[in-house]
Design a protein around this ligand. Sequence first.
Ligand code: HEC
Length: 142
Amino acid sequence: MLSKSQAKFFFVGGTLLFTLIFLGLTVDTMKKIPAQTNSENLTEEVKAGKKLWDKNNCMGCHTLLGEGAYYAPELTKSYERRGEGWLKVFLKDPETFYPGQRKMVKYNFTDTEIDSLIAFLKWIGEIDLNGFPPNHKKKAEK
Ligand code: HEC
């Protein structure tokens, strides 16, 4: 049995120790974010793409980094999976590859807007996500 003062020491000491570890790990994570997100690649074009992504509620159907709605495909690795040329044609008219079948909205984006969206998808695909999404390469090969 711990005495009262030992129990107090155990509680205060333990809380302090783990608070310090928590703060240390938080600082460590914060330091890694610029490198993991390639923040130097956040160009005006990428930012414009992000704004279009928000304005047009792409997240109402899609997920990015696993966040969003599950109606349509996860797009974090869509640039890697499809390539720029495919995305350009698809965003211009989503029915191109699957006439009369597929259910993606046709937005009538300008070429500049499409380039911005693709730049945003490329940037997000290059973030170091510690392995997320799992097995995306295997899936793309199917
Ligand atoms: C109403 C739901 C909906 C919204 C909103 C939507 N999408 Fe989609 N999207 C889909 C569906 C469904 C598919 C799958 C279509 C297919 O495979 O033909 C798709 C497919 C895609 C793909 C191809 C994914 C792949 O690898 O096959 C891309 C890229 C894409 N959407 C981008 C966008 C962007 C950018 C926006 C916002 C500007 C957006 N989507 C908004 C429903 C939506």
